[in-house]
Design a protein around this ligand. Structure first.
Ligand code: SAM
Ligand code: GLN
Length: 283
């Protein structure tokens, strides 16, 4: 059997088991097990594949068929143009979360703070904090998480991207580990309802519950964060929180309760869905 025939067979296997992106997934799994890049893969399609190579790839395919997310098997995922190490202790960074990074980058052009300080609450793999540190070479970013195992992953990523000095990892509940107020608070908190998580796809159930479960109404963490946020924010500060689009009204209400005289708005993602809530304090 040559590599092309093996690739076709794995595609069919994945497709029969409901994996929609079976072509790219099988290519990535084969390349991962054979440790070859894209060019090498396409250059070797007519080469025979050994029993050992076949066996090693089959093991990865089996893991995928059992519902393990592709990113955990490959051990990495791209976010905002950077490659992040991931394992089952962290949420796999989502493309829609790049909107938080983009929004802060455009805000940072109009903020006159000399040493911009940002707090990424619930940093997980460190994706948001590290992407921001990479783009904003003067900024200091505090990155908190309740999970020490997630912070270990974020630590690997901040070193891999050479921003370990400016991304300060802090363990604890929400904003509590911060010693000083910051200019911007950003968070992609857990916001799924517990019941949504119960019915979620098997891949999502492999991600850490504490990364996704926002309680009965999905708003527990957002509520806790916004309640405490006023005392952790500098004057003329900003809060940016990722939400589930249908939570918009309720999240705006929570913002209004905690920030009476602030500007509150929402930002839509590329699918035209309300994905980010923005609070801008005026004094
Ligand atoms: N920021 C990462 C991203 O966008 O890919 C991960 C976001 S994940 C949805 C939420 C993260 O918040 C998880 O890493 C979880 O451990 C953390 N978390 C949950 N509750 C928390 C709390 N009360 N305080 C701090 N972190 C919390
Ligand atoms: N967007 C995520 C999902 O797929 C939820 C992320 C979160 O709770 N922050 O399901």
């Amino acid at each position: 059997m040559n590599l092309r025939e093996f690739w076709v067979a794995t595609k069919i296997q994945l497709s029969r088991n409901g994996v929609s992106e079976n072509s790219i997934e099988s290519e990535l799994l084969i390349r991962c097990s054979m440790r070859i890049n894209k060019e090498e893969f396409y250059a070797s399609l007519s080469d025979p594949i050994s029993n050992l190579q076949k066996h090693q790839t089959d093991q990865l395919i089996q893991r995928r068929l059992c519902g393990e997310p592709l990113a955990y098997i490959l051990g990495h995922r791209e976010f905002y143009g950077l490659d992040f190490f991931v394992n089952s202790n962290v949420l796999i960074p989502r493309q829609e979360t790049e909107l938080l990074v983009e929004t802060i980058l455009s805000l940072s052009r109009s903020i006159s703070a000399d040493n911009l300080t940002i707090a990424d609450i619930g940093t997980g793999s460190g994706a948001i904090a590290i992407a921001l540190a990479h783009q904003l070479p003067e900024a200091i970013i505090f990155a908190t998480d309740i999970s020490t195992k997630a912070l270990e992953v974020a630590d690997i990523n901040r070193r891999n991207h050479d921003v370990a000095e400016r991304v300060r990892l802090l363990h604890g509940n929400l904003l509590e580990p911060l010693n000083t107020p910051v200019d911007i608070i950003v968070s992609n908190p857990p916001y799924l309802k517990t019941s949504e998580l119960t019915h979620a796809a098997k891949e999502i159930k492999r991600e850490p519950t504490e990364a996704l479960d926002g309680g009965i109404d999905g708003l527990e963490t957002i509520n806790g964060l916004l309640k405490k946020a006023p005392s952790y924010l500098n004057n003329l500060g900003h809060i940016l929180i990722e939400i589930s689009p249908e939570q918009l009204k309720k999240v705006i209400q929570i913002c209004r309760t905690n920030f009476q005289s602030s500007k509150i708005s929402s930002i839509k993602d590329i699918q035209n869905l309300h994905r980010v809530v923005h609070v801008e304090t005026t004094d």
